[in-house]
Every structure is written in structure tokens, then in C-alpha cells.
Design a protein around this ligand. Structure first.
Ligand code: PMP
Length: 314
């Protein structure tokens, strides 16, 4: 089997070979982190021979909102950006799961820390993508010694490139210490999220997740899982501050996001969570999530966008 890789990118208003999508070392965004990005997944459905992109319009809406946080004016509607993504994926012709990365950045080539009076640009590329967390059925995590960026420092609700230095510190210190991921507290000492995923725990059959005011990214998978838990599984979902020690007495915990998908957390440092095994609510939710994202649940077909045009059935 030949390995598929990235062949194209959307760059300066058109789809070009990936080798041509290059920026200068003087680019403002490279020097100061003045960029925002998105992250979407495409799921390959073998039976239907179709590639489905999960919640493409919601991702594009958040991408535009993230951009506005740092005064990047995208002259695209969510629909226009969604069309670029599906066209790019058709050109790539992926027949496997993939990841899509839209990036909006301050493209001026000059020195000067600011957001105003600078040029903006947008690029999008995609790549074949498997698991982001290897132990999705039972991750072993730590509490990070780092704190999550505060809303009044760099807003975590948008995907601002510069803020990901915070995530990178969190991730690498956890990985080098032998953990799969880390739970991050905010300055109030409550749980915010993981390095690049949102956090849930389950206690007495209730799913609990930090509210959006806890310095979390307003995750699209988070929102989708809250809906599936309530509407499909009859599980109550509560958004409230979570103390660190509640994790020690939780029955189940999991992290979620486009990259990590739905990954069970079964151990925090030396403490098993619940039974220390993948729990029933997390397990059920994961199965449902993978069915939904792969376009196998008709009720949630409007959450997924097909990439390939299909021949009409005669
Ligand atoms: N938090 C952070 C910090 C992230 O980077 C991500 C991944 N985009 C998430 C949460 C999950 O967000 P989403 O479900 O929209 O991918």
C-alpha cells in the first residue's frame, strides 16, 4: 500500500501544491504567535465509501470568532470556508481518517508587537491522521504544575497560536514524566482542561464538566458529547467548577476533543479512577461518538458533511 500524505494546501486564495505554501521567516505570526487555528477531523466510512467531516460549520464559525479575538478579519463566511475544506479534501482524495488544519495569521513581514495595521492571510491543509492519544481506552494522566492561560492574559476560548506555548509546556512535561496527558488547573485551583482537550468526570451517574468561564476552549466535541449524554443516554450533565480532589473520588473520567476524540482517563498519577478500567458511561459514549462521526447514525447526519459526490442510485 502506498502511504498517502499531504499534496495540497489552500494558500493565498487558491489550492496549490503543498511545496508552494511557504511563508518568510519575517512573518509576524511566526515571530509573535499572532495566528489562530482550527482543527477538524474527516472520518472515512468504508461501507459508504464516503469521507465525513465532523461539524464543519461549527468549526468554521469558531475559527472566525477566534480570528476576531486577535483582530484578524476573515473575509469568508463559514460556508465559504467549509467549501474550501471539502474541495481541498476532494483534491487529496483521502480514503482514510484525516485531520484538517485551517490557520489564519498576521502575514506582514516586519518588526513590531501589535495587532493593528497588519495584513492577514488564511491557509488550510490536511493530512491522514490516526490516534492522537495512544491509550484512548485508558489514559494515565498527571496534574500539571503549569496553570492554564487566564482569560485576561490570553483567552483560552479561542485557538490562539501563541497560547499553545502553554499547552506545549503542559504536554511535554507530562509526556517526559511518562504520562499520556495532564489535567490543568486554572489560577483558582479548579480544573480547566487538558493540554489540548476538554475534561469530564462522572460521579453517581452524573457527567460533570468545567464551565466555559474556567479558561477552557469552547470545544465542539465537548458540546456534542453534552448533547449525546443528555439526549441519547439519559445522563444528566452539569457544568460547574471541579475541585482537584473530586477526580480522586470520581467513578469515571474522560477527555475529549477533535484530536483525542473520546479518551478514557483511568489513572491520575498513582491513583486509579473508579475501578481503574474503562467505565460504562465512557465506553457507551465512545461507541456512540464513533458511530455519529462516521455518519452511521441517521439522526445526526446533519453533524457530518460528506466530501465526495455520490452517483445517484438508479
Ligand atoms: N481544549 C484545547 C486547549 C484544545 O486545543 C482542543 C482541541 N481543539 C480542545 C479543548 C477540544 O476542542 P474541540 O472539541 O473543538 O476539538
Amino acid at each position: 500500500m502506498t502511504e498517502t500524505t499531504t499534496r495540497f494546501a489552500y494558500f493565498k486564495g487558491k489550492i496549490v501544491p503543498i511545496e508552494e505554501a511557504k511563508v518568510s521567516v519575517m512573518t509576524h505570526a511566526l515571530n509573535y504567535g499572532t495566528a489562530v487555528f482550527g482543527g477538524l477531523r474527516g472520518y472515512w466510512n468504508e461501507e459508504q465509501e464516503q469521507l465525513y467531516v465532523f461539524r464543519i460549520h461549527d468549526h468554521m464559525k469558531r475559527f472566525i470568532q477566534s480570528a476576531s479575538l486577535i483582530r484578524i478579519q476573515l473575509h469568508y463566511t463559514p460556508e465559504e470556508l467549509a467549501n474550501v475544506v471539502t474541495e481541498l479534501l476532494r483534491r487529496e482524495g483521502f480514503r482514510e481518517n484525516c485531520y484538517i488544519r485551517p490557520l489564519a495569521y498576521k502575514s506582514s513581514e516586519l518588526i513590531g508587537v501589535r495587532l493593528h495595521n497588519l495584513e492577514d492571510d488564511v491557509t488550510i491543509f490536511s493530512l491522514p491522521f490516526g490516534r492522537y492519544i495512544q491509550n484512548e481506552e485508558g489514559a494515565h494522566v498527571a496534574f500539571s504544575a503549569w496553570r492554564r492561560v487566564e482569560d485576561n492574559a490570553i483567552p483560552a476560548r479561542g485557538k490562539i497560536a501563541g497560547a499553545y506555548a502553554n499547552s506545549a509546556l503542559i504536554k511535554t512535561d507530562a509526556a517526559v514524566a511518562g504520562y499520556d496527558e495532564a489535567i490543568v488547573l486554572n489560577e483558582n485551583g479548579h480544573i480547566s482542561e487538558m493540554s489540548a482537550a476538554n475534561f469530564f468526570l462522572v460521579r453517581d451517574g452524573v457527567a460533570i464538566t468545567p464551565p466555559v468561564q474556567s479558561n477552557v476552549l469552547e470545544g465542539i466535541v465537548r458540546r456534542s458529547l453534552m448533547h449525546l449524554l443528555r439526549d441519547e443516554m439519559g445522563v444528566e450533565v452539569v457544568e460547574r467548577d471541579i475541585d482537584r480532589t473530586e477526580v480522586y473520588v470520581a467513578d469515571e473520567a474522560f477527555m475529549c476533543g477533535t484530536g483525542v476524540q473520546v479518551a478514557a482517563i483511568t489513572k491520575v498519577e498513582h491513583r486509579p479512577i473508579g475501578t481503574g478500567q474503562l467505565g460504562p458511561i465512557t465506553s457507551h459514549l465512545r461507541d456512540l461518538f464513533f458511530d455519529v462521526v462516521s455518519g452511521r447514525v441517521p439522526k445526526y447526519r446533519d453533524w457530518v458533511t460528506p466530501v465526495y459526490q455520490k452517483e445517484p442510485v438508479r
